[in-house]
Structures are given as C-alpha cells and as structure tokens.
Design a protein around this ligand. Sequence first.
Ligand code: NI
Length: 137
Amino acid sequence: MNIIRFGISLPAALSKKFDQLIKKKKYSNRSEAIRDLIRNALVEEEVETNREVVAVVNLLYDHHKRQLSERLTQLQHSHHHLVLSSMHVHLDHLNCLETIVMQGMSRDVKQLADLLISSKGVKHGNLNFSSTGKNLE
Ligand code: NI
C-alpha cells in the first residue's frame, strides 16, 4: 500500500471541534479519524449509486403476532440470494430480535429491508449499510 501525505487547511474553530470530537471517539490521531471519514463517504456513495454492499437489518417483534414470523421467514426465502445469514434471539416471553446480514446491490437490499421492517407487528427495525470492503483499501 502506497501512503501519501497531504496538508489540510481549515478554520481554527473547526479544527478545535474536530480534535474534541476525535478525542471523544477515542481516535489515537487525526489521520485515523480522517481515514474513517473518507471511508464513510465512500460507503455512502456505494449505497447511493446502487453498488454491491453488505448490510445488517435488525427487527424487533412480538412472536405472538399472527403469522409474522412466517412472513419474515418467507420474505427471506424468496430473496435468499440477498441473505447471507440470520440470527434469532428470544429476548423474553414476547419479544424476538432478528438480525439479518445481507449482501447485494444496495437498491435490492433496501427494498427487502423495507418489506421486512414495514411488516405489520414489527415494533422496531433498522437497516445499517456497510461495505464488501473491496473498495476501501
Ligand atoms: Ni423468538
């Protein structure tokens, strides 16, 4: 890996705020923090331009809700090419947490996540995009 160095000019107040932020977030130096900011922007760009991404969907639901578990399972089976893995946790007598790891074009992943999250009876759901890692060296 070739490493290049470059200087950044920015207002003193902004620089101070950045240093406070990276200290709070436990970064050991500015370079590491800036590398992560750049990678976040690149992942955002991959999502926005419908590139291949990796994503995690969390679903919190009451397993007593009629046919909800069946619907969630059926949706995953009918999009099995997008689903890498899933984990089901019985949180208590009522509540289940299902975590689904997906890989595919960002638009397809988003579409399946929307179908899962909007299913009647899902109390809370979210979608977190990440990257395949191939373009983040
Ligand atoms: Ni359960």
